[in-house]
Design a protein around this ligand. Structure first.
Ligand code: CA
Length: 226
């Protein structure tokens, strides 16, 4: 059974989540505030955490930072529409993904399954080859291929691609990509990312203007969808 911790101060939403998730075989604990969440997370060791960012006692981002001090449990953030700064801050603090309110149970379930699956099968260093139906990435040989041919990538393109394919399905923020590839002093140069992602798509995607694997989340970051 998958154990889930719901951190949410809206009692109606909590009730709906508990009923729906229990009916689907999840074990659910609920915390109405950050302090209770941190206590329950330690006591119950959930497999996944669903966290509302607007909590009465503390900032949801601080709950994420506190959890990340000791656990890699997948954290899915619930956030209001248009609050994209808040979502980016949560992802940078270590959340795995977000879902925007209002959401459907099916949407939540799909995100939950993806988040739990990622922790079950992490991309280990011995994973040599990442394959999609359009291109392959050999992480050991540091080579990409398409239609049976090698694709020439610059070191910067490679670095960007490597981060994305090592985190399948996971939303990686613009800031994180910029910091890892270009360094901390470049963390606001989002135009670099647009240029390099466009180059990667031209080299790897069948239809670069409608990418199927190197996905943009507008204003937030990028996601590799295998
Ligand atoms: Ca709230």
């Amino acid at each position: 059974m998958t154990r889930m911790l719901v951190v949410e101060d809206d009692p109606q939403l909590v009730r709906a989540l508990v009923i729906n998730m229990q009916a689907r075989g999840y074990g659910v604990d609920a915390a109405p505030d950050g302090a209770t969440a941190l206590r329950l997370a330690a006591a119950r060791q959930p497999d996944v955490v669903v966290l509302d960012l607007g909590l009465p006692d503390m900032d949801g981002t601080d709950v994420i930072k506190a959890l990340r001090g000791w656990t890699r449990v997948p954290i899915l953030v619930l956030s209001a529409r248009r609050a994209s700064d808040e979502k980016v801050a949560a992802l940078d603090a270590g959340a795995d993904d977000y879902i925007t309110k209002p959401f459907s149970m099916n949407e939540l379930l799909a995100r939950l399954r993806a988040a739990v699956r990622r922790t079950d099968v992490p991309v280990a260093p011995e994973t040599v080859l990442v394959t999609t139906d359009e291109f392959t990435v050999d992480l050991v040989a540091k080579k990409a291929g398409r239609a049976g041919r090698d694709v020439r990538l610059t070191p910067t393109e490679w670095h960007l691609l490597e981060i994305l394919v090592c985190n399948p399905g996971r939303l990686i923020t613009q800031r994180r990509l910029l910091q890892e590839v270009w360094g901390a002093s470049h963390s606001n140069k989002t135009n670099y990312l647009r240029v390099y992602m466009a180059q990667l798509r031209r080299k790897l995607e069948a239809d670069p203007s409608h990418p199927r694997h190197l996905i943009t989340e507008p204003g937030m970051g990028y996601r590799f969808d295998p």
